[in-house]
Each structure stands twice: as C-alpha cells, then as structure tokens.
Design a protein around this ligand. Structure first.
Ligand SMILES: Nc1ncnc2c1ncn2[C@@H]1O[C@H](COP(=O)(O)OP(=O)(O)OP(=O)(O)O)[C@@H](O)[C@H]1O
Ligand SMILES: [Mg+2]
Length: 316
C-alpha cells in the first residue's frame, strides 16, 4: 500500500516524504522541511500529495503535515497510558524534576487540551508573557519550563475543540512557545488514543514513550491499547512504570498490594519492554500534588530514589 502511494508521487515530492502511516481508513503523511518558512515554500508539494492520495480513493481521511528538521529539543519523552487517572501527570512532573536534578534542561508540556492539569499540580496561575515576535514565554517551575493550554484560557468556560482547531492548538503549544534549547521535552499525554495523541505522534519525533500503568487487569487492557498506538506510529517504547504498585505499611513494615500484583511485569514480558520501576501508593505524593508543591517529594529520600532510578533507566 505504501509503495502504491509513493509510486504515484513525483520525484520532487518523494524526496521530502519522511513517513507514511496507515491506520484503519486514515493515512498520515509527514513531509520534511528545514524550517517553517521552507515548509510554506513547499506548499505546492503538499497540494500534490493531497491530490495524488485522494485520486487513489483508498482513505476516508488524509492527514498531511510538515515536520521541521531543526530541533529545539534534543529528546522528546511522551508519558502516556490509555487509561485515565493512573498517574501520568504526576509522573511527568516527577520525571521532569528528576531530569532537572540530573543537570538536564527540561521543558514540560501539558498535552491535555480538554482537561489540563499541570496548572493545578504546579500551582501556576499567572498568564504567560508574550515576546515581540508573538512567541509565548513558558512559565517556570523549579527551573523547568512549563506550558499548558490552562495558562491561556478561561478556566470557567468549557473547552470545545473541533478537529483542525485541536490540532493547531496543541501544535501552537510547541511551535509558538519560546522554549529554550532543551535537553528534554516531557509531554504529559492525555488519556486515550484520540486526535491530540495522533497529532503529536505524527508531527514530532518522539524518542521515548514511557507507559504508565497500575497493577489491576482493567488498567492493563487499556494500557495495551496505548502501547499498540505507539507501535503503529513507530514510536520507541522505552519502558513501563507501574504506579500505585503497593502500599508500604509503617506498622508491619510490609508491602500491601492493594490493586493486585505483577501487572507491570506481565505487560513488560508481553511486549518485551523494560519495567523501569514501581512507585508505591503514598499519601505524600497525592497531597503534594494537590497542594501544588510536588517538588517537596525531592526531599523524601526513598521516593526521590524511586523516581530518580526510573529516570536514569529511561535515559540511559
Ligand atoms: N503513587 C501515587 N500515590 C498516591 N497518589 C497518587 C500516586 N500517583 C498519582 N496519585 C494521585 O492520583 C490522582 C491521579 O493522578 P494523575 O492526575 O497524575 O493521573 P493521570 O493519569 O494524569 O490522570 P488523567 O488521565 O485524568 O490525566 C491524583 O490525585 C494524584 O495525586
Ligand atoms: Mg493527567
């Protein structure tokens, strides 16, 4: 199928094709340009691409996009899981803090356009400033550059996005923000396998997908969908983290497996992906997130070690 598409293209167009992904009845084509200006100049090739593919009459939906080769971020990490509420945002924050404590320059992007949660977790409420060139200056949390749609919109109004609007909103948070040259951009992915996830996977070269799960079976079946989504888009899955794995009882000094045991390990074997760590269920983690002070966990030796170990295993 891919060959059929490529064969229909002119030589000029073939040269700029970075990737073709076919999923269900949809096709995602990524074209490469050196910078956004060049992408504008290559508009005709995009039109040719669109025409050639619609003439094939094979797809219900055609997505063509340019990716620019100049990199602002050395590495991009996607923290993801199909299931909601497993602790993606919490882990994204602690991963960013750990990377920062390892001397890395880090940016943290809230990928949730419908229900952004980083403003609350990090207690960041101010509106970002805008530079003369109209780029938005990210907010700062403990030396981490942070961007969320929640900084830009009115919290009281419900967010309704239509397909193209959503795609452009999420990409604006990347392209229209004055990010520094970063060692790592950590993206807190929203739950599910919707348009935001597809846009991010298509438009960015993600270096590491970090899969978060909890030990019970219902979480595992959702997480499988998430893993398969990354596989479809050829995103390298660098590891699984099992969150809320156990509760450490102060009185008997034993681990209690409240949500079942071994789920992360099961997934790790099934997909041949490393289990990078197990994070306990700990009231301090949720309390500090709720009160907007997750950095306080950095002074808890045991929890910091768990997060730091996961981070080191992920990036080495
Ligand atoms: N290891 C943990 N111990 C205790 N509480 C935790 C732990 N990890 C996360 N939590 C709490 O669980 C709740 C859900 O976490 P979080 O918001 O990070 O999940 P999520 O996967 O990002 O959710 P969503 O799918 O809605 O984006 C939060 O209240 C958070 O403080
Ligand atoms: Mg979240």
């Amino acid at each position: 199928m891919k060959d059929k598409i490529i064969n229909s293209f002119s030589n000029e167009l073939r040269e700029v094709v970075e990737d073709i992904i076919i999923k269900d009845q949809k096709v995602f084509i990524t074209l490469k340009a050196e910078n956004p200006n060049q992408a504008k100049e290559l508009k005709n090739l995009k039109i040719e691409c669109e025409n050639k593919i619609s003439n094939l009459n094979l797809f219900n939906e055609i997505n063509i996009t340019f990716t620019t080769t100049k990199k602002k971020f050395s590495k991009i990490i996607a923290v993801s899981s199909c299931k909601g509420g497993v602790g993606k945002s919490t882990l994204s924050v602690h991963l960013s803090l750990s990377l920062n404590s390892l001397g890395k320059k880090v940016g943290l992007l809230d990928g949730d356009i419908y229900g952004p949660s980083l403003p609350r977790i990090l207690n960041l409420n101010s509106k970002p400033d805008v530079q003369k060139n109209k780029k938005i200056i990210p907010l700062n949390y403990k030396n981490i550059e942070v961007m969320s749609i929640g900084f830009l919109i009115d919290h009281k109004k419900p967010l309704v996005w239509r397909g193209p609007m959503l795609q452009s909103a999420i990409m604006q948070l990347i392209n229209d923000v004055a990010w520094s040259d970063l060692d790592y951009l950590v993206i807190d992915f929203p739950p599910g396998t919707g348009d935001t996830q597809l846009t991010l996977m298509q438009k960015l070269k993600i270096d590491h997908a970090l899969i978060v799960t909890t030990p019970q079976d219902i979480a595992l079946s959702d997480t499988r969908k998430g893993i398969n989504m990354f596989k479809t888009f050829n995103v390298p899955i660098s590891g699984i983290v099992e969150n809320m794995s156990y509760f450490m009882c102060n009185k008997c000094d034993e681990k209690h497996y409240l949500l079942g045991k071994g789920g992360g390990e099961k997934l790790s074997k099934e997909f041949d992906v490393k289990l990078l760590g197990q994070i306990p269920f700990d009231k301090k983690i949720s309390e500090n997130c709720d009160s907007g002070t997750p950095d306080l966990i950095q002074s808890n030796v045991q929890l910091k070690k768990i997060y730091d170990d996961i981070t080191k295993k992920l990036i080495t």
